[in-house]
Write a protein that binds this ligand. Structure first.
Ligand code: GUN
Length: 273
């Protein structure tokens, strides 16, 4: 079993991004908007800032109070869309309940949408056009698979989770690489049966869901889940010890998909339109 080293591969990507940024005449500037004080969001935003600093990308964090109005947030996005010196805009999710997430995402200029979440970028991805940006987590996973020369074409890929951030764009990107894709979710009738068929298994649920030894022999298992268990340990969706008996490749938590997502976001943030 080979452990997919997200720390090492992400450093390699970040080094390439740093070289690219150094050579650019016009410097990228990422603006991250964080609404409220969700503790997990704070950690993510801090990690994004650190990575931006590491690769020489200017980054600004705009913090807004949790009771900010939707209109105020939309106005801020419009202002950033029009600013020539801002090249990337990211609104950290989740947003408080008074704000319609989809309205906010739709307001971001597709040319500055480093998350790849706007309808234009999602639409382009789904009809086989090149989006301005691919969503960071699935793009980071593809980078990881490619780095280890894990074949995608013709393989059976099973994705657990159907979020707009991970599950759906992951399915689309694997489909574009000619995998046969199954998306599973909370209402899937026989999850274990589906898992058994996977050459590539991607779990993005946020709870321990893959406990069985039934992952296919020599398959590639990607764990997107990251949360603290009852002992305060960082853990993922996959029971590593069980699965490592049959999997050929596995991405650990921490040190797998997490650092790849950040590197992939920096890769996007170095793109200027
Ligand atoms: N919250 C959790 N993941 C993400 C992400 O990839 N982008 C944004 N903007 N917010 C998130």
């Amino acid at each position: 079993m080979i452990v997919l080293d997200g720390n090492a591969v992400s450093q390699k990507v970040l080094n390439q991004v740093r070289e690219k940024v150094t050579a650019l005449d016009r410097k990228p500037h990422l603006v991250v908007i964080m609404v409220g004080d969700d503790p997990a969001s704070k950690v993510y935003v801090r990690n994004k800032q650190k990575a931006a600093w590491q690769v020489g990308i200017r980054s600004t964090v705009i913090e807004m109070e949790s009771d900010v109005s939707e209109m105020e947030l939309l106005d801020k996005i419009c202002e950033l869309n029009d600013k020539k010196d801002v090249t990337g805009i990211l609104v950290q999710l989740p947003l408080p309940p008074q704000i319609d997430k989809n309205k906010v995402i739709t307001a971001i200029s597709p040319l500055k949408d480093v998350d790849g979440f706007t309808p234009e970028n999602v639409g382009k991805l789904s009809i086989g056009l090149e989006p301005y940006f691919y969503p960071a987590t699935p793009q980071g996973i593809i980078m990881l698979l490619d780095e280890y020369n894990i074949p995608i074409e013709g393989k059976d890929a099973v994705i657990i989770g159907r979020s707009n951030i991970v599950g759906k764009p992951m399915a689309q990107m694997l489909l574009n690489r000619n995998a046969t894709v199954t998306i599973c979710h909370s209402r899937t009738a026989d999850l274990e049966d589906k898992i058994k068929t996977a050459d590539i298994l991607v779990s993005a649920v946020g709870k321990k869901i893959v406990r069985c030894k039934m992952v296919k022999n020599n398959s590639c298992v990607i764990d997107v889940g990251i949360y603290r268990d009852s002992n305060g340990q960082l853990t993922g969706d996959i029971d590593y010890d069980y699965v490592s008996e049959s999997a050929g490749f596995i991405s650990p938590v921490p040190g797998g998909v997490g650092p790849m997502t950040i590197a992939s976001l920096m890769y996007n943030s170095a793109k200027i339109y």
